[in-house]
Design a protein around this ligand. Structure first.
Ligand code: M6R
Length: 614
């Protein structure tokens, strides 16, 4: 949660900070703030709400300064108001700091500092850290870099911070543990940010700061990377591959709509180079080194959260169905605390778009200690989960900025489908010709998505108008369509705030059927699979109770046409791939319902893109 950005150099910091914060706003939008240093004075401006609210407040202030830090907050400690907004200043006002993460022992430190006369203005854990730095600097009579380092040795929890002191106007400090931080290196200028998006238009040279590392950045272009134990490190400078267009809306009204429409390309990019149809082979370079261990494992345990967990559930269906390997899927947050029986015979697959989800990371760390092999399936290159994994595959969906995951999900499913086929190929559970059929069909998915987008979007807009005032929705599907139903329901909840439940269609009669009346929209996923007839029976059960059936079905399905109020037609595909196609109308439906309800689609209330707190 929270986005941080920092700048030191010779340009004006404020425009860089504001632009960066707008790009990081997906990480939190409860409040925003900036601090700039000019002629020995710190200008601190912060406001409740979005970065645009901050800009409004700042419009009449002096914002000069070529050293500055900025923050966009997702509230953890204390309500989202102006006082709790970052940056936070020390008691004297000499030091300012921004923070992403949670200082777990803040209460203990706060009470010690309070007894020494420190007066806290906010409810945050962050303010405790900046006060602690000041106290240490006072006692040690040291420079700001040493005070920060010593303070970080006293805190427990997670942090990415940027901090400066008005007494050292040519120094900016950044540090991380558990929350992401990137250093951008320009010509005698430096950028700090939670991800590469604020940095990309100024420099492509970056260093991914590791846990318990800090950087001391000097205005003259020199910098030092060291651990918080004071051990010097050699920075590994990497070239960013990210393109600016990838993080802009490109003519779409919302990132979410852009990302829905990007799916033919994001799936193509996820699959490209990994498929050899002629020889019926799957090339997953990231996994090859561990092929034996994976093939001989007792169990694959998938850990993930939210949408990535839904991709994980689909992976369970695919790997068990196609590769006959034993799979379990766990919510990362439950897995890490329920004392599971795991050992070195088990393989963990951690799925995450951001690669920063705290629960998933913690589950990985716990499984590592038990000797499990960790495979990461992540989208953000260089993020914490791939770095904590032994091996894995990137999904290559490109930056996903809309808080509601769309293209990252379908890319995850595509890559996990390849993982299932790769295991099947190695275990010999599928014939070469069957693998070739699957791969051929996978290659057709992007064009089938294009068909869905061009043929169904206006119909879905009209359906959205009709159901925009519904209070509840049910999403039902069987087999591979059940995880897709869960994902459809999550999308609607997240961005339109309508209560929605996903259920296995056959489970409906064990409870949820009681909810059905003539006002209940029920979205059925009914593709032509072995479960088609059974699902049709469930549709009849809903129709008999006057539920409003919206069916997502294959083209030309005459049976469903006679029963459903609306049928959204999608092309046929392999059963295992049908959730990818079915997800497209589900994403569009939730998008257009949210638009009809006037909701902020890209920044839904209370949510953040990257959940870096437990
Ligand atoms: O970055 P991750 O994939 O690890 O994130 C996991 C969930 O927080 C995420 O999928 C969340 O559920 C999204 N808002 C879904 O749209």
């Amino acid at each position: 949660m929270c986005g941080i950005v920092g700048y030191i150099g010779s340009r004006e910091a404020y425009p860089i900070l504001i632009k960066g914060l707008k790009r990081l706003e997906y990480r939190g939008y409860d409040s925003a703030g900036v601090a700039m240093l000019q002629d020995g004075n710190i200008t601190l401006i912060k406001e409740k709400g979005k970065v645009s609210d901050l800009e409004g407040l700042a419009s009449s202030s002096n914002k000069s300064g070529s050293l500055g830090i900025g923050h966009t907050r997702w509230a953890t400690h204390g309500p989202p108001n102006q006082v709790n907004a970052h940056p936070h200043a020390s008691q004297s006002g000499d030091i300012v700091l921004i923070h992403n993460g949670i200082i777990e022992n803040y209460a203990t430190i706060k009470s010690v500092l309070t007894s020494k006369g420190y007066i806290f203005r906010s409810d945050t854990d962050t303010e405790v850290l900046v006060m602690l730095i000041e106290e240490i600097q006072k006692n040690e009579k040291c420079d700001i870099a040493k005070a920060v380092r010593l303070a970080l040795n006293e805190v427990t929890g997670a942090y990415a911070i940027a901090v400066f002191s008005k007494k050292e106007p040519d120094v900016l400090i950044g540090a991380r543990k558990g929350s992401p931080l990137i250093l951008g290196i320009g010509e005698k200028e430096f950028f700090l940010a939670s991800d590469a998006s604020p940095v990309i238009e100024y420099t492509k040279k970056v260093v991914y700061i590791n846990d318990e590392e800090m950087v001391v950045l000097q205005r003259n272009g020199e910098f030092e990377l060291k651990t918080i134990q004071n051990e010097r490190k050699t920075p590994y400078i990497q070239e960013l591959e990210l393109k600016l267009e990838a993080i802009e809306k490109g003519g779409y009204e919302h990132f979410m709509l852009k990302e829905i429409h990007e799916q033919p390309k994001s799936i193509y990019d996820s699959v490209r180079g990994r498929v050899d149809i002629e020889n019926g082979k799957i090339k997953l370079g990231g996994l090859e080194e561990y092929e034996n261990r994976i093939m001989n494992s007792r169990r694959i345990i998938i850990v993930a959260c939210g949408t990535s967990w839904h991709a994980g559930l689909l992976a369970e269906y695919m790997i068990e169905d196609l590769a006959r390997a034993n799979v379990e899927v766990e919510y990362a947050s439950e897995f890490r605390y329920r004392n599971p029986v795991i050992d070195k015979e088990d393989i963990i697959i951690a799925i995450s778009q951001s690669g920063e989800t705290a629960d998933t990371l913690a589950a990985i760390e716990m499984a590592k200690k038990q000797g499990c092999l960790i495979l990461g399936i992540c989208n953000v290159v260089g993020s914490s989960i791939p770095r904590a994994s032994d091996a894995g595959c990137y999904t290559h969906a490109g930056p996903e900025i809309g808080v509601a995951s769309t293209k990252a999900f379908t890319s995850q499913v595509s890559v996990l489908f390849l993982v299932a086929l790769w295991i099947a190929e190695n275990k010999g559970t599928l014939s070469k010709s069957r693998i070739q059929e699957y791969l051929t069909e996978l290659e057709l998915i992007p064009s089938k998505i294009e068909t869905i987008l061009s043929e169904t979007e206006s119909q879905i807009k009209a359906i959205a108008k009709e159901y925009k005032d519904a209070s509840n929705f049910l999403y039902l599907g069987r087999g591979y369509n059940f995880p897709a139903a869960l994902e459809g329901a999550l999308k609607l909840k997240e961005i339109s705030y309508i209560h929605a439940e996903g259920y296995p269609a056959a489970e409906m009669k064990h409870g949820p059927i009681a909810l059905i009346d003539d006002e209940m929209p029920v979205v059925f996923l009914v593709n032509n699979s072995s479960a088609h007839e059974k699902t049709i029976s469930n549709v009849q059960e809903v129709a008999a109770r006057k539920g409003q059936v919206i069916a997502i079905a294959n083209k030309g399905d005459k049976v469903i046409a006679g029963m459903a109020k609306h049928v959204i037609e999608i092309p046929e595909t392999e059963d295992a791939l049908s959730p990818i196609l079915a997800s497209i109308p589900l994403q569009l439906l939730s998008y257009y319902i949210a638009i009809e309800r006037g909701c902020n689609v890209d920044q839904p209330r209370n949510l953040a893109k990257s959940v870096t707190v437990e």
